[in-house]
Design a protein around this ligand. Structure first.
Ligand code: NDP
Length: 300
């Protein structure tokens, strides 16, 4: 089933997602704030039209997909230039936000769009740049089942797994929780390896044992062997974005007034790491702060 799709936000993960939509045969228009990134994108190479503005991108589209850093960026885009993009959305359009955003802002966006007859689902993704390039992302969706069914042919072009999580905001809540766990895994694994190293166990031996034992995680099995031990830190997912996600998870937890000290700790640690290491650091580089505090390096 061929759709007319607009894709806005060709960052590290958005660019390969958009390219899959083009290759799947959908009629695709792309827009990116820095236009060179759009004209030089794989989607454009696969035949996508490069729009001159967000409003130009969404005109005539039946599905609009956004993949920006934060929900506030999506809201700002809709409302910029006298709400030009919002006004260009025709009633009946489906708006799919693949940003890892926050549930409250998404519910406000969904209400604004509903007033124009536009359906909204939050559809953040996991699987990283590798999963995006392979077309095997997991998509976690908040919204109605009917809206998800409409989005499915588009989502399937870059997804290996699509899960309906609940109402609008549910996808964003779950994505934030997942990434808070990722933050904790990265940080606690680094601390554990430092302690093992000071106790006389090399990081390689420690990982060998942990990865055959119950302390293992995706971080210990993949991120540490491939990046931390080698000292190669490719920029696939910015630490600034993980800081944002852990902050969202902690904020949701605080709103529920339960006790979630580990989620709050994840948010605090990622905020410190982001402030120390800067906007362009990759998320795995948070390990460098653990190393700095301990005065050791976890290299091979
Ligand atoms: P990047 O930082 O690589 O790219 C951000 C994109 O958003 C760029 O296209 C950038 O445009 C655009 N952008 C930034 N600010 C604005 C703005 N105010 N208005 C319009 N466009 C803007 O981010 P990612 O692609 O890595 O991440 C995008 C989303 O996907 C985030 O929510 C992230 O948390 C999530 N995500 C990322 C994953 C990853 O592995 N990278 C994995 C899973 C989810 P420009 O080119 O002009 O800078």
């Amino acid at each position: 089933m061929s759709l007319t799709v607009a894709f806005l936000g060709l960052g590290a993960i958005g660019a390969p997602m958009a390219a899959h939509l083009g290759r799947a045969g959908h009629t695709l228009t792309v827009w990116n704030r820095t236009v060179q990134r759009a004209t030089g994108s794989a989607a454009a190479a696969a035949g996508a039209r490069v729009a001159t503005s967000p409003a130009d991108a969404v005109r005539g589209a039946s599905i609009v997909i956004t993949c920006l850093p934060e929900s506030s960026d999506v809201a700002a885009l809709l409302n910029a230039d006298g709400q030009a993009m919002l006004q260009a959305l025709e009633p009946g359009v489906l708006f799919v936000d693949c940003t890892s955003g926050d549930p409250d802002t998404s519910r406000r966006i969904a209400a604004d769009l509903a007033a124009r007859g536009v359906d909204f689902i939050d559809a953040p993704v996991s699987g990283g740049v590798v999963g995006a390039e392979a077309g095997t992302l997991t998509v976690m969706v908040g919204g109605t089942a009917a809206a998800l069914d409409r989005a499915r042919p588009a989502l399937e072009s870059f997804a290996g797994k699509i899960v309906h999580c609940g109402e609008v905001g549910a996808g964003h809540a779950l994505k934030a929780v997942n990434n808070a766990l990722l933050a904790l895994h990265i940080w606690s694994t680094a601390e554990g390896l430092v302690v093992a190293m000071k106790a006389g166990v090399t990081p390689q031996v420690a990982l060998d044992v942990i990865n055959a034992s119950s302390g293992r995680s995706n971080a210990s099995m993949n991120l540490f062997p491939e990046r931390v031990l080698t000292g190669a830190f490719p920029r696939t997912f910015r630490l600034a974005l993980l800081d944002k996600d852990a902050g969202i998870a902690a904020s949701i937890a605080r709103g529920q007034k339960g006790a979630s000290p580990a989620l709050q700790l994840a948010a605090d640690l990622m905020r410190i790491a982001h402030l120390e290491l800067g906007d362009e650091a990759d998320h795995v580089e948070a390990v460098k702060l653990v190393e700095r505090w301990a005065g050791v390096e976890l290299r091979q």
